[in-house]
Write a protein that binds this ligand. Structure first.
Ligand code: ADP
Ligand code: 5GP
Length: 207
C-alpha cells in the first residue's frame, strides 16, 4: 500500500547506549538502513570506517558543507559530525527504516526538515549521571578530560529530552532492547500526512 520509508532518530548522551541498541535494531529488522555519519573525530578502537562513521579531515568536512552534501551537521565536543543527504533519500525511496544517531542540534535541524513528518524520535538516557560516568570509564575509549566534556554536554542535552516523541531509560539492557524494537515498529507505522490524505482519497473512491 505505502512504499515510502520512515526514520527513527536516536539521541542521548555519549555512553547512553545508542550504539548498543542500534546493534539490536540491525539484528531485529531486515529493511533497515543505518545512516552512517561523517565525522572529524578520531576513530575509536573497534570502530570501522564505513560501518560506524566516515572519518574525514576538517578540510574534507568543510568541502562537504560547501557542496551541500549534508542533511544536517553540527559541532559536538569540538568535532564536526554530519548526516549525508543522498543515501538517506535513497533508503527512504526504497521503503527502508532509516536510523539516525545524532545529537540534539541535529534533532532540532531534522525537526525543521522535509523528513520531519516521517520521523519518530527517541531520547536515550542512562539512569543517572553517575552511571553514565561509570559506563564511559568502563568503555575506556576516552581520556578523563574527554569524559568530563561528554558529561558536561550530557547535562545540557538532557534539557531537551521533553522535545522527543519517546524517552528510553537504558537501565536493564533486555528491557531496553524490547523497548527500542517497539519504537522501531511504531516508527515504521508513522505515515506522512500527504500519504494519509492520498490513502483517504483512494479509499473513498473505491468504496
Ligand atoms: P553510545 O553509543 O550512546 O555512546 P554505547 O552503546 O557505546 O553508547 O554504550 C556505552 C557503554 O555502556 C558500552 O561499554 C556498553 O557496552 C555499555 N552499556 C550499554 N547499555 C548498557 C546497559 N543497559 N547496562 C550497562 N551497560 C551498558
Ligand atoms: P560519538 O563521538 O560518541 O560517536 O558521538 C558524539 C555525539 O555526536 C553523539 O551525541 C552522537 O549522537 C552525535 N552524532 C553522531 N553523528 C552525528 C551526525 O551526523 N549529526 C549530528 N548532529 N550529531 C551526530
Amino acid at each position: 500500500m505505502f512504499k515510502r520509508g520512515a526514520c527513527l532518530l536516536l539521541s542521548g548522551p555519549s555512553g547512553a547506549g545508542k550504539s548498543t541498541l542500534i546493534g539490536e535494531l540491525l539484528r531485529e529488522f531486515d529493511d533497515i538502513y543505518f545512516s552512517i555519519s561523517t565525522t572529524t573525530r578520531k576513530r575509536r578502537e573497534g570502530e570501522v570506517e564505513g560501518r560506524d562513521y566516515y572519518f574525514v579531515s576538517p578540510q574534507e568536512f568543510r568541502e562537504g558543507i560547501e557542496k551541500g552534501l549534508f542533511l544536517e551537521w553540527a559541532e559536538v565536543h569540538g568535532n564536526y559530525y554530519g548526516t549525508s543527504l543522498q543515501p538517506v533519500l535513497q533508503a527512504l525511496e526504497e521503503g527502508k527504516l532509516v536510523l539516525f544517531d545524532i545529537d540534539v542540534q541535529g534533532f532540532l535541524s531534522v525537526k525543521k526538515s522535509p523528513i520531519a513528518s516521517v520521523t519518530t524520535s527517541v531520547f536515550i538516557t542512562p539512569p543517572s549521571l553517575e552511571e553514565l560516568k561509570r559506563r564511559l570509564e568502563e568503555r575506556g575509549s576516552d581520556d578523563p578530560a574527554t569524559i568530563e566534556r561528554r558529561l558536561e554536554n550530557a547535562r545540557r542535552e538532557i534539557e531537551y529530552m521533553g522535545e522527543y516523541d519517546y524517552i528510553l531509560v537504558n537501565d536493564d539492557l533486555e528491557r531496553s532492547r524490547r523497548e527500542i524494537v517497539a519504537f522501531g515498529t511504531v516508527a515504521r507505522l508513522k505515515r506522512d500526512r500527504e500519504e494519509v490524505e492520498a490513502f483517504i482519497e483512494r479509499w473513498i473512491h473505491t468504496h
